[in-house]
Write a protein that binds this ligand. Structure first.
Ligand SMILES: NC(=O)C1=CN([C@@H]2O[C@H](COP(=O)(O)OP(=O)(O)OC[C@H]3O[C@@H](n4cnc5c(N)ncnc54)[C@H](O)[C@@H]3O)[C@@H](O)[C@H]2O)C=CC1
Ligand SMILES: O=C(O)C(=O)COP(=O)(O)O
Length: 579
């Protein structure tokens, strides 16, 4: 007779937090949920309305101008961190937080100052505030373009120095000129609208933008080469990524019209700044207006900043009263939502799943995690889990099922009982990959009701021995399957046996000779030890041969109780599984 017990390791919760409770139909939690007030560290100036919102939910620690060391020390005491562009949230920040930091909120658009890979590896959600400063950035772009064309900054400085130089500061007109917008996203398209209003001819280059959206505002989408060679003015509005890094360089400047004027309110790194100085000196670029720099603040003796044909501002694109209030509210709402365990609409490193889809999938999310928890506890020690197959059977078209959330919960169920890693929607795929677990998914269409998105979920672990051999199906995998009944997940299949037990509390699986009195025998051992039985279900292959009994228990039986069950003569093998 084989007897085995298995327990999931309880994780050490982060200070003030515990793991998310199981999802309720109305909300699915993926992050940690606070039991006491969480702490939000605000590392850069944030609008008052946002701070007020944060204070309703959290302890707010405003610590501006921290050194990297101070930041690392503070994040170890914080559940969330809010930054703007001036704070580098690099790998050492996540490492220093020792798992406590659950959310980084970027109060603005660009997340190039946050190490996303490190955040994901640490299961930390990154959210941004992508919309509230769009108009401010666009207006600043237009302001810089006009100021540059009319030498406003240079003439202002000269006049304050006592020089009245009307002939020196003759400018150029905007009307009738061609403006090439590189990056036709939120800011780029707002700049386009405004430039059209100034009578400019606007073209844009953006490999991912829709031509119809561009046409709707009278802008033609063209290739990069065509854009830069036709332009009298170029305005940059793309994010800084490996593919946009130093996009304007010696080679691309050489293809521009002589005397082109360049505006950058995107990111300094999209221009090779030394190449720009050369292009200014040679006259290819007549003027540049820059709000952003590769290193901020730039060196005091920066040739670019000091160049007489360059107009500069210290990264002011988002700095209007209105934009900062909007950004502060947008990021405070996103961070509070994330700390409550809700999926954010502005998540940068997690899938964005519409709320209605999440709400429908909620009981299946719970089922997926519990099946995986059961399956992994059935694995005999040693070999580990390498290959897992998940089957989703649905009455609907298989293409309609978004399984990202379910897969994440399966990963959570597989990994958490056997490790001290916290798995959530952010780090699930990364964690599975890192641990060498290959999860393959299959969607099958079966007869079913259109109301339920999934008829059953089956989890199979291949190439692994089981401490409960009856859980191994005829094809050789540890197999458990389940379905949702009346909103409650049920276990319906173990190996080749059909059972029906609701997945609440914990479960004892017994294989026995199918004979009368077995339910009573096991039930009375549990009863004597005051262990409440919530469900019992017997699945058998043929009468009077072997059967598998699944028993749902509310309390965890003691070792002695389990030993007594094992001593019941007809019991051939059994296992206790914690959900
Ligand atoms: N100076 C400031 O204070 C501010 C700067 N920004 C920066 O402005 C930029 C644009 O922001 P949003 O419009 O809100 O972002 P967005 O995401 O709406 O638009 C960016 C666009 O760039 C496009 N893009 C990506 N790679 C490209 C490439 N290789 N060539 C051309 N286009 C490419 C994307 O398809 C997207 O349409 C970002 O870099 C952001 O950080 C935004 C707000 C304020
Ligand atoms: O939102 C952005 O991308 C910006 O560049 C604005 O940066 P800031 O929040 O003003 O430091």
């Amino acid at each position: 007779m084989a007897a085995a017990t298995s327990q999931s390791h309880l994780l050490r919760p982060s200070p003030g937090l515990r793991r998310a409770s199981l999802p309720s139909p109305s909300r699915i939690s993926f992050a940690l949920r606070a039991v006491s007030k969480p702490t939000v560290l605000v590392a850069e100036k944030l609008g008052a309305a946002g701070l007020e919102l944060l204070k309703e939910f959290a302890n707010v620690d405003c610590a501006y101008n921290m050194t990297p060391e101070e930041l690392c020390a503070k994040v170890a005491l914080s559940d969330a961190l809010i930054v703007r562009s001036g704070t580098k949230v690099n790998r050492s920040v996540f490492e220093s937080s020792a798992g406590r930091l659950r959310v980084v909120g970027r109060a603005g658009v660009g997340i190039d100052n946050v190490d996303l890979a490190a955040a994901t590896e640490h299961g930390c959600l990154v959210v941004n505030a992508p919309t509230a400063n769009t108009v401010a950035a666009a207006e600043h772009g237009i302001a810089l373009m006009a100021a540059m064309a009319r030498n406003v900054a240079q003439a202002d400085a000269a006049l304050k120095a006592g020089k009245w130089q009307r002939n020196k500061y003759v400018g150029v007109s905007l009307v009738g000129k061609t403006l090439a917008i590189l990056g036709f996203g939120k800011v780029g398209s707002e700049v386009a609208r405004r430039a059209k209003g100034l009578g400019m001819h606007v073209v844009a280059h953006d490999p991912y933008a829709s031509a119809a959206r561009a046409r709707a505002i009278g802008v033609e989408l063209v290739s990069f080469e065509d854009a830069i060679s036709a332009a009298d003015f170029i305005s940059l509005h793309m994010p800084l990524t490996p593919s946009t890094d130093k996009m304007l360089n010696d080679e691309t400047f050489a293809k521009m019209k002589k005397g082109v004027r360049i505006v950058n309110v995107a990111r300094g790194g999209v221009i090779d700044e030394e190449a720009l100085v050369r292009a200014l000196d040679s006259g290819i670029v007549a003027q540049a207006a820059l709000d952003v720099f590769t290193v901020e603040p730039p060196a005091a003796d920066s040739k670019l900043v000091l160049h007489e044909n360059v107009t500069v501002t210290p990264h002011l694109g988002a700095s209007t009263v209105e934009a900062q209030e909007g950004v502060a509210i947008e990021i405070a709402e996103a961070v509070v939502g994330a700390l409550k365990g809700e999926l954010s609409a502005t998540a940068v490193n997690a899938p964005m799943v519409p709320a209605e889809v999440l709400s429908e999938l909620a009981p299946y999310v719970e089922l997926a995690e519990k099946l995986a928890r059961l399956a992994v506890q059935l694995v005999a020690g040693g070999g580990g889990v390498k290959s897992v197959k998940v089957t989703y059977a649905s009455g609907r078209s298989p293409d309609d099922l978004d399984t990202r959330v379910l897969r994440a919960m399966i990963t959570k169920g597989l990994i958490e009982p056997i490790s001290n890693v916290f798995v959530n929607l952010v780090n699930a795929d990364f964690t599975a990959k890192q641990r060498g677990i290959r999860i393959t998914e299959e969607r099958v269409q079966i007869d079913g009701t259109a109301e339920s998105p999934i008829e059953y979920i089956k989890v199979q672990i291949a190439q692994a021995g089981s401490k409960f051999p009856s859980a191994v199906s005829e094809t050789g995998e540890i197999t458990v399957a389940g379905r949702v009944k009346d909103g409650i997940p049920h276990l319906t299949e173990v190996g080749s046996f059909q059972v029906d037990v609701s997945l609440e509390g914990s479960i004892i699986l017994c294989r026995q000779v199918d004979q009368p009195g077995m339910i009573g025998a096991v039930g009375s051992v549990l009863g004597e030890q005051n262990v409440n039985v919530s469900f019992m279900s017997v699945g058998r292959i043929a009468p009077r041969k072997h059967a598998v009994m699944a028993i749902g228990v509310d309390e965890e039986p003691t070792k002695e109780t389990l030993t007594k069950i094992g001593e019941i003569p007809a019991i051939e093998e059994f296992v206790f599984l914690k959900l």
